[in-house]
Structures are given as C-alpha cells and as structure tokens.
Design a protein around this ligand. Structure first.
Ligand SMILES: C[S@@+](CC[C@H](N)C(=O)[O-])C[C@H]1O[C@@H](n2cnc3c(N)ncnc32)[C@H](O)[C@@H]1O
Length: 383
C-alpha cells in the first residue's frame, strides 16, 4: 500500500519511521510519502491560505496548491483521497478495515478553517474521496487525524502484525470492547488477577473473557450492541437534540391511532409541546431510526430503581406492521444498563396490537401494578 500526505507540517509525520509502521516501510509492505504542500506555491511567502469568501474569522486553504499536488502525484482512479475533517464520517474499525483494502491512500491535511470546498469536489472527479472525522472535537490540523487513520489501517494489512491472532481478539473486532487483561505478578498492591485466568482451563477462560467483553460493552458502549441495525441496514442511533421536532411529529402521528383505539384524547404523548419533548430527551436514553433521511422510528428507556422503563415505541404510520416496532423493542432491551434486572412498560388497555407484540416479546400483563388512567402495565424479567 502506498500512502501520501499533503501537509504544511511534514515534520508531524516523523513517527511513521518508528515502531511497527517503520518496520513495515523498511520491509516494503507500505510506502510513506510525505509532501510539503508549500512545494506547490509560487509566491515569495509560499502562501497556502487566504481570507474566506463571505467574511468571518480565520483563513481558508487555497485550492491551487492542492490541485497542482494532485497533478504532480498523478492522483487518479487507483487512489482514495482522505480529507480529515470534523464534519466527515466518524472513523471506526469498520472504516479502517475498508480502507485497508485500498492500494493507495492520499491524505489531504487541513489547517486554519479548513480546505476550499472545490478541492474536495475536484478530487471526487479524479479519485475516490472519503471525508473522515476522528471524533466530535476540533483539532488544530488534519495531521494527527491522518496519523491515527494510518496506524489503524496499516496494522490490518496482512503481514504487518507479528502475531495476526492479536487482531482477532481486540476491541471492535467482533463488535465488542475487549475484556480486561492482566500480566505477572499474580498479586500487585492488593489487587489479584482473577483466579479463572490462572486456572489453565481454556474453556472457562474463554467464557470469562466473553462475559467481561459483553459487560464492558453494555456499561460503556451500549450503542455497539446488536440488534442496532434494521434488515435494510438502517442503524438505530442515539437521538440528538436536533431530532426533537421530528420526534414531536412522529409522536403525534402515532398517538392519534392510540387515541382512536382507546377512545380517549387523554394521552400525554398527544399533548406534549416541542419543549416537553426536548425536556424528556434529556432524561431518557432515546434512540431513533431513519430511512432516506426521514425519522421513522424511535424508542426510549430509563432506569427506575432496578427496572428499565421502556416507552414511546413509535413507528411511522406508513411503516407499521413490518416488524420495525419489534426491532426497536429488542434494541431498547439490549441497551439497558447492567443494573436493570427487569423491563417495564405500559400501553393503552385497548391497544390490542401492542399487547400482542409485547406478549410475543415475553412481557406479561401486570394488572396488579399501578398504571396511568386507561393503560395497563407489562413487565419482563431480565435474563
Ligand atoms: C481548526 S480545524 C478546522 C475546523 C473547521 N473550521 C470546522 O469547524 O469544521 C483545522 C483542520 O483540522 C483538522 N481536524 C480538526 N478536527 C478534526 C477531527 N475531529 N477529525 C479530523 N480532522 C480534524 C481538519 O483537517 C481541519 O481542516
């Protein structure tokens, strides 16, 4: 694999000569080519930036040096040009694996307020383009992000790791975070290595590791847990404040049907305002699903003591009856925190279709529990 870096700070890339990437380059597995973007400037000050059209603070990277660099480096269909930017797609292990299949990666490192948009449009006319974000924060420049992407990608190349087995076990390889790891001595400052890891019983060790990988993922990254993707590949993702308006609309649409079925307009979800929705979104763990940019489903959960209180399972009226509600229900159970020992929800006493879905999912009617007027409680134990 060949990797090119266009940067105004070539020195940032010195670490590529160290450790395993350095070894891979020496062994011919990868080629790193770092280019000073100022090489493609023609004025005395070697200027790469200019003031933004439309005004505003800061400077923008000019298009010409990038264009000349692309020409000089022969960037064509065999290359993937990576623009590191906080507004790009989030970088993750799946994307690292995808990029590791490419033969040439070209990193265009932004500085100042970013790169003139036309550079990205132009790059798209000659190569594959990926705009990639390292995370939801702002760095001073794209170099650190390019290094991080490089390291995650090249270590997946066959022959890079001394022991390829270590790739199989680590975090994100199977959608879970890695289990805790220990080395000698067996006891250190009052902390002991778990007995099972010293037992020599491989089956027990494997079970312990899987169990702790799942526990860690549930606690720290419940969003990683299945089932979080619908059959058509649409992910179920955590709601963000900007979803409030669409949630309000979906909620009204869904609870009109409830009102008709239960012959009552006295249903809180029907009367809530945008501010009410915004307020409960701060208190509940809320998940949404989109299809073709439209918010078509949602669900929320929160802990009440040891019970995971599930609510507001909503599916756009035109998509009801296709199993989306069932998947949302499975999802919200899967992301319940570890402390939850049971699930709890309520629905309209006359909402027969809901009763059927919840019963199928293992919930039991609980007329013995207090419920809002016209509603019935349902519970299920957590296995
Ligand atoms: C100061 S930042 C510019 C931020 C830009 N004004 C914005 O708000 O999106 C300068 C450069 O750092 C890089 N950068 C900053 N944060 C990044 C992140 N989270 N992921 C990837 N690159 C980042 C980009 O290359 C960006 O062009």
């Amino acid at each position: 694999m060949r990797l090119d870096y266009l940067t105004i700070f070539p020195d940032y890339f010195a670490p590529l000569e160290l450790s395993l990437p350095g070894k891979a380059a020496a062994g011919g597995l990868v080629e790193f080519h770092v280019h000073d973007l100022r090489k493609w400037t023609h004025d005395r000050h070697r200027t790469v930036d200019d003031t933004p059209y439309g005004g505003g603070a800061g400077m923008v990277m000019k298009p010409e040096p990038f264009g000349e660099a692309f020409d000089a480096l022969g960037i064509g269909a065999d290359a993937t040009v990576v623009f590191t930017t906080p507004s790009g797609e989030p970088f993750d292990q799946r994307l690292a694996a995808e990029l590791s299949t490419r033969s040439r990666l070209v990193f265009a490192c932004g500085r100042y307020e970013g790169i003139d948009q036309r550079v990205i449009e132009h790059a798209r006319e000659r190569a594959e383009v990926r705009e990639i974000s390292l995370g939801d924060y702002v760095l001073n420049g794209g170099e650190v992000a390019a290094l991080a992407v490089t390291e995650a990608v090249v270590r997946l190349l066959p022959g890079f790791m001394g022991n390829a087995e270590s790739l199989v076990e680590e975090s994100h390889a199977d959608g879970l975070l890695e289990y805790p790891v220990y080395t000698k001595p067996p006891s250190w400052r009052g902390h002991d290595v778990p007995d099972v890891l010293r037992s020599g019983d491989h089956a027990r060790v494997a079970a312990w590791r899987h169990d702790h990988a799942v526990r860690r993922t549930v606690e720290r990254r419940p969003d990683l847990l299945a089932p979080s993707v619908l059959d058509d590949g649409s992910p179920i993702v955590r709601a963000v404040p900007a979803d409030a308006g669409e949630l309000l609309t979906l909620q009204r649409a869904c609870w009109v049907a409830e009102a008709l079925e239960n012959d009552s307009l006295d249903i809180p979800a029907l009367h809530e305002t945008l501010d009410d929705v915004r307020a409960w979104m701060t208190e509940w763990d809320t998940w949404v699903v989109r299809r073709a940019d439209r918010l078509v489903g949602a669900v929320r959960g929160r802990l009440e003591g040891n019970a995971w209180d599930i609510g507001r399972i909503m599916v756009a009226p035109d998509l009801q009856g296709q199993g989306l509600g069932r998947v949302l229900l499975e999802h919200i159970q899967a992301v319940a925190p570890e402390q939850a020992t049971s699930y709890l929800l309520f629905t309209g006493a006359a909402s027969v279709r809901n009763h059927r879905m919840y019963k199928k999912a293992g919930f039991r009617m609980r007329p013995d529990l207090p419920a809002p007027a016209g509603a019935v409680m349902l519970t299920k134990g957590r296995r």
